[in-house]
Design a protein around this ligand. Structure first.
Ligand code: NIG
Ligand code: FE
Length: 411
């Protein structure tokens, strides 16, 4: 048995409970001053006030001094597209000349450009590149993440991406939860034949992904020039019969009814929601769906920001994620997402902490294990170069994570 004591924690701040926090609960955090944490074999064994004997130094193999700083749960990034070939910096000049995200996609660029490069990349190349991203995320305070396929759009490449993620989940300290996003765009070879593409995904890829336990969730991109609500319903209903949890990219550019579909199907989360209307909001509230808001994508696209305050008002649990991908958000920095939550969504520091810990943890099926600091949960936590959450939400552009601890190990 190995034990680690973290002492002299100026403020230990955490949401409490293994459920999605909506409404008033979104802003409820416990704050403990002058605290210590005793970790045993990667599990949080005791959380005490400094000096309490259950957390004495004598009980520990190793002692870490938090020097009066803030400690929170490890951050959970609930939405990423981190496995991809190449990059897309060539799109910036096009964007600056006025080309929109969908204009670039319709011209065969955007996601389809990354699809070509991801099909060309071999397993090892994708593994190495993604491993580097996971290392970077850990140094930024992220200890659990979700990751999607969706740059293959054919059987072979989609499976290659999911196998990369499966191997990384086994070999890297990060906990990685995989999502099959076969319906991310219409591949060139199925252009004009979208229904046949959905048939292929449902008939061939989804059953294989299930049989080989390559993903826990299925996701679809509902948007003009991508998939419509009927096609998406068929795909998601098929995924549901195989026992997958559901996620939906909806209302990123236009509100086409994607949030309503997510609500009707009881999806675990609905993503983007920049253009969501009152009907869509009501459907999320009704269906108990977590709103996965992606403010760094709004920032990078120069788009509006999702109505997070309205969501909280309606009791919809709000999560915030990076959306890390090579096109609409080439950043995996969840600290920057927290800054945007503060300034653009006007969320409180407490609501923000909930949005990057327990709410995304629940939306990716890990709420029982991570997302809060409570005795018996996994010892995933971060010591910050900040005395409190206000400082963390206010400073931006620096990495304020002093030490990330994953399953009780300093990483
Ligand atoms: O969530 N909007 C759809 N998918 C990704 C972007 C993918 C890309 O542009 O490569 C997103 O933003
Ligand atoms: Fe996305």
């Amino acid at each position: 048995m190995s034990t680690l004591l973290i002492k002299n924690i100026g403020c230990l701040q955490t949401p409490v409970g293994s459920f999605s926090h909506g409404g008033k609960k979104q802003g409820e955090n416990v704050k403990m001053h002058n605290a210590s944490v005793l970790i045993e074999d990667g599990i949080l064994r005791k959380i005490c006030s400094d000096g309490v004997s259950a957390c004495s130094e004598a009980a520990a193999d190793m002692v870490l001094d938090a020097e009066g700083n803030l400690v929170t749960p490890g951050l959970v990034d609930g939405h990423t597209h981190m496995v991809f070939g190449g990059y897309r910096q060539n799109e910036i000049p096009l964007k600056l000349k006025g080309a929109g995200y969908l204009d670039i996609l319709r011209a065969g660029g955007g996601i389809l450009d990354t699809v070509r490069k991801t099909r060309e990349a071999d397993f090892q190349e994708l593994y190495k590149k993604t491993e580097g991203f996971l290392d970077e995320m850990l140094t930024l305070g992220v200890t659990t993440c979700e990751a999607k396929s969706g740059y293959g759009l054919d059987f072979e490449t989609e499976i290659k991406m999911l196998e990369v993620l499966k191997k990384l989940n086994e070999e890297h300290p990060m906990d990685v939860v995989s999502t099959f996003l076969g319906a991310h765009a219409v591949p060139e070879e199925y252009k004009g034949n979208e229904d046949a593409f959905i048939d292929m995904l449902c008939g061939c890829v989804i059953p294989y992904v299930k049989e080989h336990a390559l993903a826990e969730f299925c996701d679809v991109f509902i948007e003009d020039s991508v998939f419509n609500v009927q096609q998406s319903r068929r795909y998601l209903e098929c995924a549901r019969t195989y026992g997958f949890g559901l996620k939906v990219h909806a209302d990123e550019i236009e509100a086409l009814g994607g949030s309503q579909l997510a609500g009707q199907l009881g999806a675990a989360s609905c993503e983007h929601l920049i253009s969501i209307d009152e009907e869509g909001l009501a459907a999320l509230a009704e269906g108990g769906v977590t709103a996965m808001c992606l403010p760094a994508t709004s920032f990078y696209l120069g788009a509006r920001f999702a109505p997070a305050r309205r969501m909280i008002e309606l009791g919809i649990p709000v999560a915030m994620a990076s959306d890390f991908n090579p096109g609409s958000c080439p950043s995996l920095n969840l600290q920057f997402v927290m800054n945007l939550g503060y300034l653009k969504y006007r969320m409180t520091p407490e609501e923000i902490l909930t949005a990057v810990t327990v709410n995304p943890a629940c939306a990716i099926g890990r709420g029982q294990l991570v997302g809060t600091l409570e005795e018996g949960k996994q010892a995933d936590l971060v010591i910050w170069n900040a005395p409190n959450m206000e400082m963390l939400c206010y400073r931006f552009g620096s990495n304020l994570a002093l030490q990330t601890i994953k399953k009780g190990i300093l990483v």
